[in-house]
Design a protein around this ligand. Structure first.
Ligand SMILES: [Zn+2]
Length: 121
């Protein structure tokens, strides 16, 4: 049986197309946060039974080794989660793209010649 060899150039083109179609994305994770406010005598500071404010939705993320966070409105939660999922996909596609470029260098070499199916000439 003939072994099917995938063309690294075709793979690279496919992965790049997927990256172009990916859409908006966000790094990080969403968590719930409960806050204590600055109002004197507020329920959040009750000594016996404090009821903190919240939950607030917070996106914690790290970009360029700098950690930060932003609040997410309830009505934006679904879209924010979609963007977070897309970022995971983006990272996966980046890895696949690099693998395809390594594959290209191994199978085709560094000259700009056409892929011959992995056969030795
Ligand atoms: Zn309070």
């Amino acid at each position: 049986m003939k072994r099917v060899v995938s063309d690294p150039k075709v793979n690279i083109a496919k992965i790049k197309n997927k990256l172009l179609e990916l859409g908006d994305m966000l790094p990080g994770h969403i968590s719930e946060q409960w806050n204590v406010c600055g109002v004197a005598g507020c329920r959040c500071k009750d000594v016996k039974n404090p009821k903190k404010h919240g939950p607030y939705l917070k996106l914690g993320y790290s970009v360029n080794r700098k950690s930060s966070s932003m609040f997410i409105r309830e009505e934006d939660l679904v879209e924010a989660q979609k963007r977070i999922e897309r970022y995971q996909e983006f990272k996966e596609l980046n890895m696949q793209l690099i693998e395809a470029y390594v594959d290209l260098a191994r199978k085709v070499g560094f000259a700009k010649k056409k892929f011959n199916g992995g056969k030795h000439e």
